[in-house]
Write a protein that binds this ligand. Structure first.
Ligand code: ATP
Ligand code: MG
Length: 561
């Protein structure tokens, strides 16, 4: 899939490892997986991981599983499962077979736990959370053995069975691995692998009241699925010894290898489901798919194309080095893919009326214009002219700045696909605001240059009687700070990222657009000439009834300093 944008496949350390594993015969083909927890909508960071895992499977003719890592019943839901499936498919990827769920493996996970107990490698512990913390030690000090560590195998088996059967209250007991309380790696200090939690699970309902922990679940799920390369972000590096320990100590016969890469951090955005959830819960955005959200659903609604996001993922690369990326890189990739695929139309976002005083029915003519300058197959449409037209307010300046090439009092400009006009009169209201221009057409300039002079500027415009009205939503950065969740106050504590919301992140205007767009289906992308890329809203645009657009991105990077 990643080769689809004609961009060469960029190698990375993971591809090198795969190349070696295939060359040495360690694996005949690869199996990767993308394992989100269904506790929110996926964001742009997940897009990186999706493009990596599914992209590798595509490039190496392997397989990639989509696995819901659903071991925290309180936070997970079917809504999130559905949104995750939608996001992966929309990005253009196909998972192998059915969607998998860690919860499908609750029984084998339980059976392996029993196996570990029987081997004397796991024990039931009665320490509560606070005691457990005290016994754990710190980064500099070793931990202490739990007083319950030496329970007999029989007692552990009995207690674990009774934990499963619901005989003990929530949080009163855990099952822990017996590894090493003095390990320098805190993750290896007898980690908890099961806890008692009476919570309704979105798939298993009330069947279980004990739930396995992430570290224990993840490696076994990978092994059950025959994953060859288990790719995750760097914060799991210290968990790798535990991943390996579990697989080395059960009779599973498959040992995937874990490799870590750095998380994407996108400036002016947040890449944490929990923080994005806070924006949704507080009503600071309209939902997970608000076009300002860095979620995949939000980017989709904003008009970003799957190809643009895939190109972005390819450009940011995969490594173990810091991956802090400016929003302009994402927008640039999106812009590049839209350039070739979006038909052009004209729209006026902030109109001034222009009366063409010498417009003459039957004499003043219209021309057809192509929908795309380089794609004749996109077709063309008539761009009708009439006595009254709209132009963009900022394409007129009574007192023009130096090098002005647009319209000014007494000056000339070309209307895109139409005549050269001259501004003869400026009409203002009592406050001095320009409300109308009276202009004259040079009737000898349709499809040809004026004689004896040069007119450089070309502006977009619309015939008042032919244009339709559209609601257009102009989006800007959601935050005013590049790293809204990394700002510290005077006390050294993190400042709440909600303080850095950009109050101007959304402006809604009533614009005029060519009437063809009214027929467009939702999620149709256009370039509004000279203004940027816009998409018909996925939900609110109603073909034939009501045009609603979201601005995807401007034509140039307006954030470059
Ligand atoms: P969050 O904090 O947003 O919930 P997470 O890592 O807890 O992120 P998961 O649902 O567990 O979210 O992630 C699924 C996969 O996506 C994991 O393999 C994870 O490493 C990867 N992933 C998550 N965030 C990023 C990111 N910012 N960049 C790259 N990969 C990411
Ligand atoms: Mg997580």
């Amino acid at each position: 899939m990643s080769t689809e944008n004609n961009a060469p496949v960029v190698s990375n350390f993971i591809r090198n490892i795969i190349d070696e594993d295939l060359a040495s015969g360690k694996h005949a083909s690869i199996v990767t997986r993308f394992p989100p927890e269904p506790n929110g909508y996926l964001h742009v960071g997940h897009a990186k991981s999706i493009c990596l895992n599914f992209g590798l499977a595509d490039d190496y003719q392997g397989k990639c599983n989509l696995r819901m890592d659903d071991t925290n019943p309180e936070k997970e839901s079917d809504e999130y499962v559905q949104s995750i499936k939608d996001s992966v498919s929309w990005l253009g990827f196909k998972w192998d077979g059915e969607v998998r769920y860690a919860s499908d493996y609750f029984q084998p996970l339980y059976d392996y736990a029993v196996e570990l107990i029987k081997a004397g490698k796991a024990f039931v512990c009665d320490l509560n959370a606070e005691e457990m913390r005290a016994y754990r030690g710190s980064l500099t000090e070793p931990g202490k053995n739990s007083p319950y560590r030496d329970r007999s195998i029989e007692e552990n088996l009995d207690l674990f069975t009774r934990m499963k059967n619901g005989e003990f209250p929530d949080g009163s007991k855990t099952l822990r691995l017996k590894i090493d309380m003095s390990s320098g790696n805190v993750n290896m200090r007898d980690p908890v692998i099961y806890r008692i939690r009476r919570a309704h699970h979105h798939r298993t309902g009330d069947t279980w009241c004990i739930y396995p922990m992430y570290d224990y679940t993840h490696c076994i799920s990978d092994a059950i699925e025959g994953i060859t390369h288990s790719l995750c972000t760097l914060e799991f590096e210290d968990h790798r010894p535990l991943y390996d320990w579990v697989l080395d100590n059960i009779s599973i016969g498959c040992h995937p290898r874990q490799y870590e890469f750095s998380r994407l951090e996108l400036l002016y955005a947040l890449t944490s489901k929990r923080k994005l959830q806070a924006l949704v819960n507080d009503g600071l955005v309209t939902g997970w798919d608000d076009p300002r959200m860095p979620t995949i659903a939000g980017m989709r609604r904003r008009g970003f194309s799957p190809a643009g996001i895939r190109l972005f993922a390819q450009r940011i690369g995969v490594s173990r080095g810091e991956n802090i990326i400016d929003m302009s890189v994402l927008e640039g990739a999106v812009r590049e893919t839209l350039e070739a695929e979006a038909p052009r139309v004209m729209a006026v976002l902030d109109p001034i009326k222009v009366t063409l005083t010498n417009f003459e029915e039957g004499v003043t003519a219209s021309r057809a214009a192509p929908f795309h300058p380089h794609h004749p197959e996109f077709g063309e449409r008539e761009v009708p002219i009439s006595r009254e037209i709209y132009i963009e307010r900022d394409d007129f300046a009574e007192v023009p700045p130096p090098k002005w090439q647009r319209l000014t009092a007494g000056g000339e400009v070309r209307l895109r696909y139409s005549y050269v006009i001259k501004c003869d009169e400026v009409i203002k209201d009592a406050t001095g605001r320009v409300v109308e221009l009276k202009c004259s057409i040079d009737h000898d300039t349709l499809g040809q240059n004026p004689v004896g002079r040069k007119v450089k500027g070309v502006i977009h415009w619309l015939s008042c009687e032919h244009a339709i009205e559209a609601q257009v939503r102009l989006y800007d950065r959601l935050f005013t700070e590049p790293r809204p969740d990394a700002v510290r106050g005077e006390d050294g504590e993190y400042v709440d990222f909600r303080q850095f919301l950009n109050p101007h992140s959304l402006a809604t205007v009533t614009a005029c657009v060519e009437d063809v767009v009214l027929k467009a289906e939702p999620e149709t992308r256009y370039q509004f000439e000279r203004l940027g890329y816009f998409v018909t809203d996925r939900y609110e645009h109603q073909p034939g009834v009501k045009a609603v657009f979201n601005r995807t991105v401007g034509l140039k990077d307006s954030w470059a300093k």
